[in-house]
Design a protein around this ligand. Structure first.
Ligand SMILES: Nc1ncnc2c1ncn2[C@@H]1O[C@H](COP(=O)(O)OP(=O)(O)O)[C@@H](O)[C@H]1O
Ligand SMILES: [Mg+2]
Length: 347
């Protein structure tokens, strides 16, 4: 059954597992959802669609993982509570979704993390900072038809930020769109004063209105990406679980380090997000193990599995949380949102 957007199971069905004394404390963590009736409890696993074949792409032995609460990264999976609703919004935490490699899941993660945060009542602004405009397309916007985009906000000083904003179909989530115009900014910004902090300056007036601003970076480490890193409080690096995933990550962390030293001392690496994981393939498991070995606690516990549902959502122009609300993919991004909230804020 469903209470709000949260799937619940009756107490009886899980009683033997949840009341044993050996159960780790986090599995018993109290939910703060007053909607639940007596005899019911919040069960994060109940959000997953009963599709054993796809579930197997995340965990070779899903039942064992649940029992032992070991996540796909091989570490104990903490309990990420349902976040409390907020009465006041802002100031925003700005996250840059960054990897100079293309096709690793930056845009997909921006849309779906944003939509999941919005579902939890956070006010979210997504910034399309790739001249290809894939984020805008993924939210059903045709970037070629737009006269005013993030490019104008960067280059025209007098322009009010809300003239560029678009509302998305997801309540509480707005978009700063972009199109090919933005590619000119890369060249034009070079001669500007404080060229690395143009985006930071442009986003400043918007910070009070949002809880999270997520910037979808272009696949390069050029001036636009440096602008995103300068504006951001933290970085999420999506990594596709394929061979060569780690190639180039050293250059990326070096860039993050340089931006921290010279431009933005507050910048933190929030985490490495493993995407397109398929536990049935040996190399996917090996890559994930190597990523965990290299980055340890910087790797998100949440791992995004590979599913054709994600390409489908791009065609549909909406997040997976609305397109296939009960899918494993939607549940994964909801868990990521809870993990981000738990990591970022003692809120
Ligand atoms: N978890 C996933 N499983 C399967 N396909 C995915 C997944 N995440 C993203 N994709 C697909 O991979 C392609 C590249 O993803 P995208 O988010 O656009 O990457 P980037 O923004 O890093 O270039 C897109 O077609 C997208 O639909
Ligand atoms: Mg992209």
């Amino acid at each position: 059954m469903t209470v709000g957007s949260v799937a619940v199971r009756t107490f009886e069905s899980r009683r033997p597992e949840t009341t044993t004394e050996t159960q780790p404390a986090y599995a018993m963590a109290p939910f703060n959802d007053n909607d639940l009736q007596d005899g019911q409890f919040y069960d994060p696993d109940a959000e997953y669609e009963p599709d054993p074949e796809y579930a197997a792409t995340l965990a070779p032995d899903a039942a064992r993982q649940r029992r032992e609460r070991v996540g796909p990264t091989g570490r104990p999976l903490p309990y990420f509570p349902i976040p409390n609703p907020l009465n006041n919004h802002g100031p925003a935490k700005i996250i840059a979704m960054c990897n100079q490699k293309g096709g690793v899941g930056k845009t997909t993660s921006t849309i779906n993390l944003g939509a999941a945060l919005a579902e939890y009542g956070r006010r979210v602004l997504l910034v399309d900072f790739d001249p290809q405009g894939a984020l805008s397309v993924g939210l059903g916007v045709n970037p070629m038809e737009l006269d005013i985009t993030v490019y104008n906000l960067l280059m025209e000083r007098g322009l009010a930020a809300d003239e560029c904003l678009l509302k998305t179909a997801v309540p509480g989530m707005d978009l700063l769109p972009s199109n090919i115009d933005l590619s000119a900014a890369e060249v034009q910004l070079v001669s500007e004063v404080a060229r690395e902090s143009s985006l930071q300056r442009a986003l400043k007036p918007l910070m009070a209105d949002y809880d999270y601003i997520v910037i979808d970076c272009q696949p390069s480490l050029g001036l636009l990406t440096v602008n995103a890193l300068t504006a951001a409080h933290s970085v999420i690096v999506p990594l596709e679980c394929e061979f060569f995933a780690l190639r180039g990550v050293a250059l990326l962390t070096e860039t993050i380090e340089k931006v921290r030293e010279r431009l933005n001392p507050e910048l933190e690496l929030d985490g490495i997000l493993a995407t397109m994981y398929d536990s049935r393939t040996v190399h996917s498991r090996e890559v994930l193990a190597r990523v965990v070995e290299a980055f340890d606690e910087h790797v998100f516990h949440t791992v995004i599995g590979r599913t054709v549902r994600f390409p489908e959502t791009t065609v549909a122009g909406e997040p997976i949380t609305t397109y296939a609300s009960n899918s494993v993919g939607a549940a994964a991004y909801r868990q990521l949102a809870r993990e981000v909230l738990a990591r970022c804020h003692a809120e």
